[in-house]
Ligand binder design. Structure first.
Ligand code: V47
Length: 373
């Protein structure tokens, strides 16, 4: 097959490596982030994406649940967390969590995505009761819950090791973990955007322990604030290094920074160009992470659809009631119906594939679904 000559000639050696399935270096990553030749990046990323997944685009029917927005940390990047005394803050009771979960059930969701603030009083036992209650009421639904940051906070508050906390939550019902809280691992940046959070190495170490006890997880990178191309490439290289050891990351999700209502609201939002570039470079750098998700809530359904030709193979799910991005100014809807997701995928010339959280096929009728193993 004849491959094109790129406008940015510096990308030509990277194409040679991609064609030979050779690993790209962090320097290659930074060079790609610096390039404006988006079509070249998209071309290469699409080659890799089709090599892994052919014409398939994955999606799921899920619901987000955020039991509380009360948070002891005050990260500059965040518009979601509220202090305990802030009258705008909320904390659901167990009954409310279980009730909320049921509200999205009409489309027979296959996943609850559960994350929240670092609440100073909710105990690990409370969260275990929450998980057990969800499992009792919705036994078929996969519980993807708690970021590495929440796990670290639970461990710190109970003075118990991370491994023990993870095991306890696993025994109570979590099936896997979402990828949030990774932000950017580079410490100088992290100190400015989220100085109250665990450092990058701790995030990676907790992910490693989760994988060791048999929990799969996702991973993310927050871009579009004060990081530079080298910070982005370093972040991806560090995720890739952990994955070489554990194979526990299922999906990578690049997250565009939304500045509204944050302490960094002087920063302009990302552009569609940068959003697509982040999808493409992630697909090219993360040669050992199976899936790259274009999260439509964050990048709009329109860009998430185009991303399916720039390296992404997943568009996330129906979501239902997203809060973290909407507090930070996201203007996208808070949910999409299954039919709308199907339309986005088909109109991009891809084949929709409804998956559960671990990418097993889901077969459904109006109100029920079955996971085909
Ligand atoms: O952890 C917080 C980020 C994350 C802002 O695993 C912000 O399948 C932009 O992790 N602007 C939560 N980003 C979202 C997340 C996620 C989303 C979808 C799917 C999955 C998955 C994970 O959002 C946070 C933080 O990294 N975030 N505030 C903001 N103002």
């Amino acid at each position: 097959m004849q491959h094109p000559v790129f406008e940015d000639r510096r990308l030509q050696p990277i194409l040679e490596k991609v064609l030979a399935s050779q690993r790209l270096t962090a320097d290659d990553g930074a060079a790609m982030y610096r390039s404006h030749d988006l079509l070249a990046l998209g071309y290469m990323a699409n080659l890799v994406r089709e090599r892994y997944h052919g014409n398939t685009t994955f999606f799921n029917v899920n619901r987000h649940i955020n039991p509380t927005d009360v948070c002891v940390a005050s990260c500059r990047l965040c518009a979601f967390g509220k202090k305990k005394k802030d009258p705008r803050g909320y904390t659901m009771s167990l009954d409310e969590v279980w009730h909320r979960a049921g509200e999205g059930y009409t489309e027979a969701v296959s996943e609850f995505h559960i994350v929240g603030g670092l609440h100073p009083e909710l105990t690990v036992d409370w969260y275990c009761d929450m998980l057990r209650g969800l499992k009792e009421r919705f036994p078929q639904v996969h519980l993807k819950a708690f970021t590495m940051v929440e796990i670290s906070y639970f461990a710190q508050r109970t003075k118990r090791p991370v491994r023990e906390i993870l095991q306890k939550l696993k025994d109570a019902g979590i099936d896997s973990m979402p990828g949030g809280g990774a932000e950017i691992f580079a410490e100088p940046v992290r100190r400015i955007i989220c100085d109250h959070k665990i450092n990058g190495q701790e995030w990676l170490d907790i992910a490693r322990v989760a994988h060791e006890i048999g929990l799969k997880s996702n991973c993310t990178m927050l871009y579009g604030h004060i990081e530079n191309p080298e910070d982005r490439a370093d972040h991806l290289a560090r995720l890739r290094a952990v994955q070489d050891g554990t194979s526990g990351f299922v999906t990578f999700i690049p997250l565009a920074f939304h500045p509204d209502n944050t302490a960094l609201d002087h920063i302009l939002p990302t552009t569609g160009f940068d959003d697509l570039k982040n999808i493409a470079v992630a697909r090219l750098m993360l040669d050992n992470i199976p899936h790259i998700k274009a999260y439509w809530v964050m990048m709009t359904p329109r860009i998430a659809q185009i991303a399916q030709r720039f390296g992404a193979d997943d568009i996330d799910g129906t979501v239902v009631e997203e809060k973290i991005y909407h507090e930070a100014g996201a203007t996208t809807s808070q949910s999409l119906r299954r039919e709308e997701l199907l339309q986005l995928i088909r109109k991009a010339g891809r084949e929709p594939f409804e998956r559960d959280t671990l990418y097993r096929p889901v077969q459904r009728t109006e109100t029920h679904f079955t996971i085909l193993v």
